[in-house]
Design a protein around this ligand. Structure first.
Ligand code: IMP
Ligand code: MG
Length: 177
C-alpha cells in the first residue's frame, strides 16, 4: 500500500507474517493435544486473531470479548469495563487471550481478572505488540516490543481508521487524524 502522509512503516506485512508463524509454533508446542479457546479482544485483535488461528495446526475454538476504556486516548483512564462478554462456557477450558497491543496494561489485567473468575483450566495471554516501558504483567506469547508512539494498521485504529492497512505504522496524530 502506498505511503500515507503522517504514517511511517514500523513493521512490514512480511515481518508480521514471520512473527505470527513463530507465535503459532510456540502455541502449538504448548497446547499439543489440547483445544484452546482463543479469546480475541475486540476490536483491535480481529486481524491478528484471524491470521494466528489460520496459522495454528491444532484445533481451536474462537470467542470475543470487548472492553471499553473510559476517557479518551489523550487522557486515558485506568477504568476498563466489559462491553461485550464471551459467549462460550470456558470452565475447565484452556483459554488464550489474543490482544493486538499492550500499552499501560490495564486492559490485559481487566480481561485476565474477568475471565479468571469463570474458572478456566488455564488462562494465558498472547499479544502481538508491547510498548516499551509498559507496566509489569505477564505476557506468555509476545510478538515484538515497540518503542513509544501510537501505531495503526493490522487491526489497530486511530479514530476507527487504518484498521485495514496490512502493515503497522507509527502515526503522527497531529497530521494523520
Ligand atoms: P492498555 O493501555 O494496555 O490498557 O491499552 C488499551 C487498549 O488500547 C489496547 O487494547 C489497544 O487495543 C489500544 N491501544 C493501545 N495503544 C495503542 C496504539 O498505539 N494503537 C492502537 N491502539 C492502541
Ligand atoms: Mg486491543
Amino acid at each position: 500500500m502506498a505511503a500515507k502522509t503522517g504514517l511511517r512503516l514500523v513493521i512490514s506485512p512480511g515481518e508480521i507474517r514471520a512473527i505470527v508463524k513463530r507465535l503459532a509454533r510456540e502455541i502449538e508446542r504448548d497446547y499439543a493435544d489440547r483445544t484452546p479457546v482463543l479469546v480475541g479482544v475486540l476490536k483491535g485483535s480481529f486481524v491478528f486473531l484471524s491470521d494466528l488461528a489460520r496459522e495454528l495446526s491444532i484445533p481451536v475454538e474462537v470467542d470475543f470479548i470487548r472492553t471499553l476504556c473510559y476517557g479518551t486516548r489523550d487522557v486515558p483512564s485506568d477504568e476498563v469495563c466489559i462491553m461485550k462478554d464471551i459467549e462460550m462456557d470456558i470452565e475447565g477450558r484452556d483459554v488464550l487471550i489474543v490482544e493486538d497491543i499492550v500499552d499501560r496494561g490495564v486492559t490485559v489485567n481487566a480481561v485476565m481478572e474477568h475471565l479468571g473468575k469463570k474458572n478456566p483450566a488455564t488462562l494465558r495471554f498472547c499479544a502481538l505488540l508491547l510498548k516499551e516501558g509498559a507496566g509489569a504483567f505477564n505476557i506468555d506469547y509476545l510478538g515484538r516490543t515497540i518503542t513509544g508512539g501510537f501505531v495503526v494498521g493490522y487491526g489497530m485504529d486511530y479514530k476507527e481508521r487504518y484498521r485495514n492497512l496490512p502493515g503497522i505504522y507509527l502515526i503522527d496524530t497531529e497530521r494523520g487524524g
